[in-house]
Design a protein around this ligand. Structure first.
Ligand SMILES: Cc1ncc(C[n+]2csc(CCOP(=O)(O)OP(=O)(O)O)c2C)c(N)n1
Ligand SMILES: [Mg+2]
Length: 397
């Protein structure tokens, strides 16, 4: 699965870390042994819970796509195919960790307790992103970020704050740059894609994280495409190797194996919390659906490639593993039924929500009044009023 090497240097990549093979059999790859301990104590109950979260997210994803097609969402970014690494990494995080997503981390959002309705409302244009009305910090799951790469700065900057807070708790307010070893007890984890790795922000964030030894885990979901640009165009070297150049521990995992994502995520987050510096995980996965509902992937990628990756579907893989462990139809039927109900609940809630006051678009841009915002607010008022005038005149002329 590694990318074709075009450099004339002799470097062999280890096999990606994997515990479950494509048929859901427990068959750790050679590089997995260093992480096997992390799975101790994780059993059937947990795996069933992970399966449920993945299945629910896919049902939600399908419903959200329908809602967009029916004109109820402005846009939708599907995560189909990427649920495996997301569920493993989300469960690897502790409640006190802070997670900084891009825009298709729907499984992570769900595991962190964010209501799917909140996620849909963002794409409906009804909220600016604060997840639950009662608690915008819900689950320490930060805002979806469409400005590619900016979240890597948010995560490494936040992590510097985590270090400073820990030092302050010890009565030490002086930050010595590059000094490792501060136990923070919490970490930050940031998600972005293969294409985003070309954005300068992500390199700067790695320099920063390595220099200050921040407790940050960078997760790159290499889903092989950045809209229509293949990963081979983004990087001539496997992405995980870039982080090594910054002095950051880094591995490549089979991103459709939730066990691999959990084990590596757990270890890297723990090392980060212990003051042992940042980590980087390249999760090899695939975007089965379109980039967004505005995209038609048949214009740029081959059907055979899609079918090949469909064989590696993370949900089917975990299902095969669970069946092997004796989980029967009754469980899978119950999950499917409950997921259907959840999708219906989200649909009903989205359609029932009254349209927000248009003024809310302007209300929180600046903390104080701003002439440009006032200008825009007045323009909208004038525009809205023009419809009333047109109606009073007997309709548009
Ligand atoms: C700074 C910036 N540049 C360009 C874009 C337009 N854009 C949106 S998504 C995308 C591709 C991102 O690809 P990748 O990082 O691989 O994430 P994926 O969508 O595959 O999950 C681009 C170029 C943007 N949103 N922000
Ligand atoms: Mg991508």
């Amino acid at each position: 699965m590694s990318q074709t090497q075009q450099l004339d240097v002799d470097m062999v990549d280890p096999e990606p870390i994997r515990f479950l093979d494509v048929d859901g059999r427990y068959a750790p790859s050679s590089s997995a042994s260093a992480f096997a301990d992390e799975l101790e104590g994780v059993g059937l109950d947990e795996f069933k819970q992970w399966y449920r979260a993945m299945f629910f997210t896919r049902a939600f994803d399908t419903e959200a796509t329908h809602l967009q097609r029916q004109g109820q969402l402005a846009l939708w970014a599907p995560s189909v195919g990427q649920e495996g690494c997301q569920v493993g990494l989300a469960h690897a995080a502790e409640p006190q960790d802070h997670l900084f997503p891009a825009y298709r981390e729907h499984t992570v959002a769900h595991v962190r307790g964010v209501d799917f309705v909140s996620v849909a409302m963002l794409f409906r244009g009804f909220t600016h992103g604060g997840w639950d009305v009662t608690d915008p910090k819900s689950g320490n799951f930060h805002l979806y970020t469409l400005v590619l790469g900016s979240q890597s700065h948010h995560a490494s900057g936040y992590a510097l704050g985590q270090v400073l807070d820990a030092k302050r708790r010890e009565g030490n307010t002086k930050l010595d740059p590059g000094e490792a070893g501060t136990e923070t007890g919490e970490a930050s984890m940031v998600f972005y894609g293969d294409g985003t790795s070309s954005q300068g922000d992500t390199s700067e964030a790695m320099v920063f994280a390595a220099s200050y030894q921040t407790p940050t885990v960078f997760v790159v979901q290499n889903n092989q495409w950045a809209i229509s640009v293949p990963v081979e165009r983004q990087s001539r070297t496997p992405l995980y190797r870039r982080a090594l150049g910054f002095g950051i521990r880094s591995v490549q995992i089979d991103g459709n194996d939730p066990l691999a994502a959990y084990a590596v995520g757990r270890k890297f987050l723990r090392l980060a919390r212990e003051g042992k510096g940042p980590g980087y995980i390249e999760a090899l996965t695939y975007r089965i659906g379109a980039h967004t509902t505005s995209d038609d992937p048949t214009r740029y990628r081959q059907q055979e490639e899609l079918e090949e990756w469909q064989q590696r579907d993370p949900i089917k893989r975990l299902e095969a593993y669970l069946r092997e462990q004796g989980v029967d139809d009754a469980y899978f039927d119950e999950v499917a039924k409950a997921a259907d109900q959840e999708a219906k609940r989200v649909r009903d809630a989205v359609l029932a929500e009254p349209a927000p006051d248009a003024d809310s678009m302007f209300a929180h841009v600046y903390s104080e009044e701003h002439p440009r915002i006032e200008e825009q607010r007045q323009w909208l008022d004038h525009y809205e009023a023009s419809f009333e005038t047109a109606e009073a005149d007997g309709g548009a002329k």
